[in-house]
Design a binder for this molecule. Structure first.
Ligand SMILES: Cc1cc2nc3c(=O)[nH]c(=O)nc-3n(C[C@H](O)[C@H](O)[C@H](O)COP(=O)(O)OP(=O)(O)OC[C@H]3O[C@@H](n4cnc5c(N)ncnc54)[C@H](O)[C@@H]3O)c2cc1C
Length: 311
């Protein structure tokens, strides 16, 4: 199912980019296609399930560029790259994409209300608060709620299957020419250009169960060192290193057993849960959202409300 959601999202985003290319007046989504280069320190161990679904997948020779130059840059004490592949892949300028989605939702009649929902007195109480917020803000009583609270669902619904996967990243100046991912023994280093922003995200860590949102300077140094070999075009600092804009960390909302997408009736209120997408909430967003629309539609069967959303 998750693979199918990814493919639906990929196809949808290709379509959005095509439409933008044909009509310069359309709002910009912040999506862009790049070459995506994958490097492995040893034999590829994981199944490359995505290879048949992406555009232009190909195995790269270690005896040709860009591998020749990269291999020369890697110091002799560091692991060598043993396998490489490339494809075309998407990068998302997330701040711009979220704004684009919000504007689209507003143009379809959505109202954005920001308010914390209480988590200590049960789901029914949280839903009553959400309902009251909607009505105080001039909307009618909601027919159905979509609970997309990510890690917040751990407390909000008492879902003990939820856990964080901490990720630290570094934002640097300049837009890298390509997406790169290097997979080694116990680490992944990656570079994701942020389209149109003149900046690139370098990563990263995946620390299961770590709730800390404090940046660790040693991790920052390790990310910069590992990425220096694979992203040479951004070593534009006076000291020959990256020009660092910021370092940050976030918590991926993971869930044992995978995302929870299901209907529930809580104290007579209809809810569709949609949380637990871990480190793939963007790449599988469209497929997942289509299922949410379907579940909301099923919830409303027999009521006078209709749902007319189409992604
Ligand atoms: C370092 C890092 C790298 C990542 N890289 C990728 C990537 O390459 N590709 C990809 O697809 N995904 C990636 N992700 C994962 C992606 O960010 C998540 O999957 C996605 O954000 C999940 O979206 P969501 O809306 O379900 O949850 P969230 O984005 O966590 O949003 C949940 C929202 O609910 C709100 N909320 C929670 N509780 C309450 C409450 N009680 N009252 C009111 N509001 C509440 C929160 O404030 C938040 O705004 C990455 C994440 C990290 C941290």
């Amino acid at each position: 199912m998750l693979c199918d959601w990814d493919v639906q999202t990929f196809d949808y985003w290709v379509d959005v980019m095509d439409r933008e290319r044909q009509d310069a007046k359309l709002p910009k989504s912040g999506l862009k296609m790049y070459d995506s280069l994958h490097y492995w320190d040893g034999p590829v161990k994981e199944k490359l399930w995505w290879a048949p679904h992406v555009k232009d997948f190909r195995v790269l020779s270690l005896l040709q560029e860009p591998l020749l130059t990269i291999s020369k840059r890697i110091p002799c004490h560091a692991p060598e790259i043993k396998e490489a592949a490339a494809c075309r892949a998407m990068s998302v300028n997330v701040p711009q994409y979220l704004l684009y989605l919000q504007q689209k939702a507003r143009s379809l009649g959505a109202k954005v209300i920001k308010a914390p929902l209480p988590v200590d007195a049960g789901q029914e109480n949280a839903l009553a608060e959400a309902e009251s917020q909607a009505m105080v803000n001039g909307r009618r009583r909601p027919d159905c709620f979509v609970n997309a609270t990510g890690l917040g669902a751990a407390k909000l619904c008492g879902d003990e299957a939820m856990y964080p996967i901490r990720g630290q990243t570094v934002l640097v100046k300049g837009e890298a020419d390509a997406i790169r991912t290097r997979i080694g023994d116990g680490y992944t280093a990656y570079c994701i250009p942020r389209p149109g922003a003149g900046m690139t995200i370098l990563g990263g860590t995946k620390e299961i169960g770590n709730w800390s949102e404090t940046v660790d300077p040693e991790t920052t140094a390790r990310i910069l060192e590992r990425c220096a070999y694979i992203v040479p075009e951004l070593l534009t600092g006076e000291d020959g290193g990256f020009e660092v804009v910021s370092a940050q960390c976030g918590l991926r909302p993971a869930r044992q057993g995978g995302p929870r997408l299901e209907r529930e009736s809580v104290g007579g209120r209809k809810v569709v849960h949609a949380y637990g997408h871990a480190g793939a909430g963007y790449q599988n967003s469209v497929g997942s959202a289509r299922l949410v629309v379907e579940l909301v539609g099923e919830s409303l069967v027999g009521s006078s409300s209709v749902i007319s959303a189409k992604l």
